[in-house]
Design a protein around this ligand. Structure first.
Ligand code: ADP
Length: 609
């Protein structure tokens, strides 16, 4: 039978080029990638056995055999997994379909990143073998009865040969012809060491030159007190293909309302921060140690996609398919129970281990906020997990809404917050002073998503959230320095202001919130506020003008003088009042075209000089 030459997809060629030439750091991980492919192929076979009614009774052991040959300088990895037919060979080993690999590759191309552990973390999978091999032969036969046997062979450069062979058993056998400088990988001792490092938790027996090397431990089924910290860490690195440590490990068992054995890890690093896009869900679903789905969508809520680990439930029907999984009420219930446990766990960590929780929050606050916007049933718990600075904390110090509630002044009913670009901008603005003067705490939020977050939460533990720049906040009277204008004068001033400037203001009120400023421009309830406006602008949308509600400070010298000026020189008073409004708008970040403000100022100066 003749062999046929095929070229790699262009992306594969580029990827191979990077793999072969530029990443020196983690060559050894190729072994992990290949063993994990063999293990995947066996897992898939196991599922097929279950769903296709034990097609393959009494035949080959579901195990991985590894053979080293120093003389021939080869390493051979054999599995009795699902194998591949011709079409699958071409698709799987000649193109890049895997989105993770594509993203990894894209990023390498853009940033030229070659950081330690990168290749391991994002797994270029099969192709990593070409870091150490100058030729790889893959002998394989698919599990389907009517398929032939194939040999795929490549030097990892331009393309590969494919030819029909005869007499193979089901599964795949990779013969790796090592480059001279990587002869170490044909040594039994070296491979033993690497298998211990990377493949200890593979769920199938691994035999190295005929001798069993791994334990096949379902760690999650063991009682907590029988698992060491080091085992947890190893298992985390194995299951998450990670290089960091787990920040938090949560291992629990339940029998009601469902049988659950869960071992979950919260990583140290948020991989989405590296710009790889949304990560795949990483909690694998098992039923009595049989892997149902390594990345089940819809088991845990989307915002928990950073969690890694395993959930095993004996209550799941063994033959549940990945398609029917999503609709299964049982799977939903399972997800709910685990999510609740996880939230409780985080709540407790936040109290018991504040520093670690803070570090976690720094990396993963985005997910908490995403959860707030999307998972309404967990809202209260998630609000409790938020951390922020406030008018009562020092800069850089974080607090929580539980602490806020505990500090609330007697008689205070609402929770005040402000969203802006930074603490200093918010404190420099006109809104905070009134709250400070009354000893009321204002929570500061500075991320662009925060506005959306507060759109979807209205209260926490029966206390309403109120934006501190909102027009309709009633603040209690505070004892203030300085004499105020009399009621009559204020009334007249307000009426005059409203009448002459109805074109630019919605209403004019006398405020009790101001201390050092003459007036403040407040956003009416139904208008988009500052952050929202910034976002609309960033998205290229038309930002509607705001007609603010003015709150004037009857104690302020400027206001008092304006009250007199209104009678003595109405024309100048009008110009001054407009100028004050412009300035208040500017301070509130509500002015779209600041350059236009100069015209008003010039007119005023002209009148005065
Ligand atoms: P990944 O494992 O991340 O999908 P790889 O590049 O490692 O990417 O492998 C590509 C594909 O080749 C796998 O998804 C699988 O379909 C197939 N494959 C690799 N090794 C084996 C094997 N030993 N048996 C059967 N199929 C395999």
């Amino acid at each position: 039978m003749s062999s046929e030459h095929q070229s790699f997809q262009a992306e594969v060629r580029q990827l191979l080029d990077i793999v072969i030439h530029s990443l020196y750091t983690d060559r050894e991980i190729f072994i992990r990638e290949l063993v994990s492919n063999a293990s995947d192929a066996l897992e898939k076979l196991k599922v097929i056995q279950l769903t296709e009614n034990s097609l393959f009774q009494g035949e080959r052991e579901l195990q991985i055999e590894i053979a080293t040959d120093e003389q021939a300088r080869t390493l051979t990895i054999t599995d009795a997994g699902i194998g591949m037919n011709r079409e699958e060979l071409v698709r799987n080993l000649g193109t890049i379909a895997h989105s993770g690999t594509k993203a990894f590759f894209q990023n390498l191309k853009e940033k030229g990143t070659q950081g330690n552990g990168m290749i391991g973390q994002f797994g270029v999978g099969f192709y990593s073998v070409f870091m150490v091999a100058d030729r790889v032969d893959c002998f394989t036969r698919s599990w389907r009865d009517d398929e032939s046997s194939w040999k795929w062979s490549s030097d990892g450069r331009e393309g590969y040969e494919i030819e029909e062979v005869s007499g193979l058993d089901r599964g795949a056998r990779l013969v790796i012809h090592l480059k001279e400088e990587y002869a170490e990988y044909a040594k039994e001792s070296r491979i033993r060491e690497l298998l211990a490092k990377y493949s200890n938790f593979v769920a199938f027996p691994i035999l190295l030159n005929g001798e069993r090397v791994n334990k096949v431990d379902a760690l999650w089924l063991k009682p907590k007190n029988e698992v060491s910290e080091a085992e947890y860490e190893d298992f985390y690195r194995f299951t998450a293909k990670a290089w960091d440590k787990p920040r938090f490990t949560m291992h629990f068992t339940a029998d009601v309302p469902l049988d659950i054995h869960a071992l979950l890890f919260l990583p140290e690093e948020n991989q989405e921060r590296f710009g790889f896009g949304a990560i795949q869900p990483g909690v694998a679903l098992y039923c009595k140690r049989v892997l149902i789905d390594p990345h089940p969508e819809g088991l845990l809520p989307e915002w928990l996609r950073f969690v890694r680990g395993v959930i095993d439930s004996a209550d799941l029907p063994l033959n549940i398919s990945r398609e029917s999984m999503q609709d299964s009420a049982l799977v939903k219930k399972l997800g709910q129970v685990v999510t609740n446990r996880l939230l409780k766990f985080l709540e407790k960590k936040a109290v018991d281990d504040e520093t670690s929780y803070r570090d976690f929050y720094k990396g993963f606050s985005r997910f908490v906020k995403e959860g707030l916007v999307s998972s309404h049933e967990h809202r209260n718990a998630l609000v409790g997990l938020l951390r922020f600075e406030s008018s009562l904390t020092d800069a850089g110090e974080l607090t929580s809404f539980d602490n806020y509630l505990a500090r609330m002044k007697e008689g205070q009913k609402e929770i005040y917050y402000l969203a802006g670009s930074s603490r200093s901008v918010m404190e420099g603005g006109p809104y905070v002073e009134a709250f400070k003067a009354r000893g009321l705490e204002v929570a500061y939020f500075t991320e662009s998503v925060d506005e959306f977050v507060f759109d979807s939460i209205s209260e926490f533990k029966d206390r309403k959230f109120l934006r501190a720049d909102q027009a309709d906040i009633e603040l209690e009277d505070a004892v203030m320095e300085g004499e105020a204008l009399g009621d009559e004068e204020i009334g007249a001033l307000q009426t005059w202001w409203r009448e002459t400037m109805g074109d630019v203001v919605t209403d004019v009120k006398t405020g009790r919130r101001l201390v050092g400023s003459p007036l403040v421009a407040l956003v009416p309830e139904d208008s988009p506020n500052t952050q929202m406006r910034a976002m609309m602008k960033a998205m290229g949308q038309e930002v509607p003008g705001v007609k603010p509600v003015l709150e004037i400070n009857p104690r302020h010298a400027l206001v008092k003088k304006l009250s007199h000026l209104r009678e003595s020189n109405p024309e100048v008073a009008d110009l001054v009042a407009r100028q004050l409004v412009d300035q208040a708008m500017l301070a509130a970040g509500l002015v779209e075209h600041p350059q236009q403000l100069a015209a008003g100022m010039n007119e005023l100066l002209e009148k005065l000089l």
